[in-house]
Write a protein that binds this ligand. Structure first.
Ligand code: ACO
Length: 319
């Protein structure tokens, strides 16, 4: 059996930092409210002119270096993003050209905060069926470009960044199972107020969210996907080594960890410093914990995410 194994990880955060105290000067909010309700203290923002592809490039270069792969080795590029540089070409094509990866397939996946799990699933299927042997999978976002900076209910949440993994074909496990879902009937609870074919009234689209309702559905849905993932693999609660969750809200993360039977010491949390970086948050968290030595080879990880669509998904893998 052919598995997809993570051969290397990388990530990148833009230099500029926006703190909760900075936000206090922009909207009617407080550091205390934001920390208590979300767990976020700071987030990184792309500079003017700095794009999603710029962030993706830095993360991808680090992942390639960590995996010791050359450009010629990579035969698939998938970028998960909700904030592509352009309508087209895809950010994956822009990135492929930057990294001089030849003419391998390259495309974007759009599943908002679940985008990286979707991209990982697709790359895994390519590798398992022999369509690729070495995939670059990236989650990269400049969410700050679609945030309404006058809306205190959303502008406190989001940040920019990118994370990447190199997936290689291997005889040893790897990605063990992936579980993807979507339910478009919830589209109105977490959306943008327009786009390309349905443009917003005044310029750029902005995020609109019924936070409280999203929160309730997210907690229940992520609980269900934990059960689904454990059951599919015949695993008991508490039997995975690490939870690497999407970083939307510390309260959602705590609820999912409880459901998984894991203490918070076994959960990778980056939300305090990074906020919600949508499709970038899982590979950013993964790279952080790989580089600081917490996640080691042979350990079992559960990745999970929930986002606009609604979309949600998980991946169980041996690192
Ligand atoms: N500062 C101070 N007060 C605020 C702020 C703020 N930034 N934002 C809202 N409030 C107020 C509200 O107006 C409300 O006041 P009221 O009681 O007088 O009406 C009160 O705080 C409570 O508001 P809620 O929305 O009920 O607050 P809640 O505890 O639900 O926290 C939050 C809001 C943090 C947004 C939470 O609901 C959440 O995290 N939701 C889920 C987000 C998520 O997971 N999204 C999915 C991924 S994102 C993606 O896919 C793009």
């Amino acid at each position: 059996m052919t598995y997809s194994r993570i051969a290397g990880t990388g990530s990148h955060l833009p230099e500029k930092v926006l703190t909760n105290h900075d936000l206090e000067r922009m909207v009617d909010t407080s550091d205390q409210w934001i920390v208590e309700r979300t767990g976020i203290r700071r987030r990184h923002l792309a500079a003017a002119g700095q794009t999603t592809c710029d962030l993706a490039e830095q993360a991808a270069r680090r992942a390639m270096e960590a995996a010791a792969v050359r450009p010629a080795d990579i035969d698939l590029v998938i970028v998960a993003t909700t904030t592509p540089d352009r309508v087209f070409p895809s950010t994956a094509c822009l990135l492929q050209a930057r990294l001089e990866l030849g003419d391998c397939p390259a495309f974007d996946v759009q599943a908002v905060c679940t985008g990286f799990v979707y991209a990982l699933d697709v790359a895994n299927r390519f590798i398992q069926t022999g369509g690729a042997r070495c995939a670059l999978v990236v989650g990269a976002e400049t969410m700050s470009r679609i945030v309404d900076w006058s809306d205190r209910s959303t502008c406190i949440l989001f940040g920019d960044g990118a994370g990447a993994v190199i997936l290689r074909a291997s005889d040893e496990p790897g990605i063990v199972s992936t579980h993807l879902h979507a339910d478009g009937r919830y589209q109105h609870l977490l959306t943008t107020d327009g786009g390309v074919s349905d443009p917003p009234p005044g310029g750029n689209p902005h995020i609109r969210m019924s936070g409280n309702e999203v929160f309730r559905v997210a907690v229940n849905t992520l609980g269900a996907i934990v059960d689904e993932t454990l059951a599919a693999n015949g695993l008991e609660q508490g039997s995975v080594d690490w939870l690497v969750p999407h970083q939307a809200n510390i309260r959602i993360i705590r609820a999912t960890a409880r459901k998984l039977g894991l203490p918070m010491e076994r959960v990778i949390v980056t939300i305090e410093e990074q906020g919600n970086t949508s499709a970038a948050s899982i590979p950013l968290a993964l790279d952080t914990a790989v580089r600081d030595g917490r996640i080691r080879r042979g350990e079992t990880l559960l990745l999970e995410a929930f986002g606009g669509g609604f979309t949600w998904g998980s991946a169980l893998l041996v690192y």
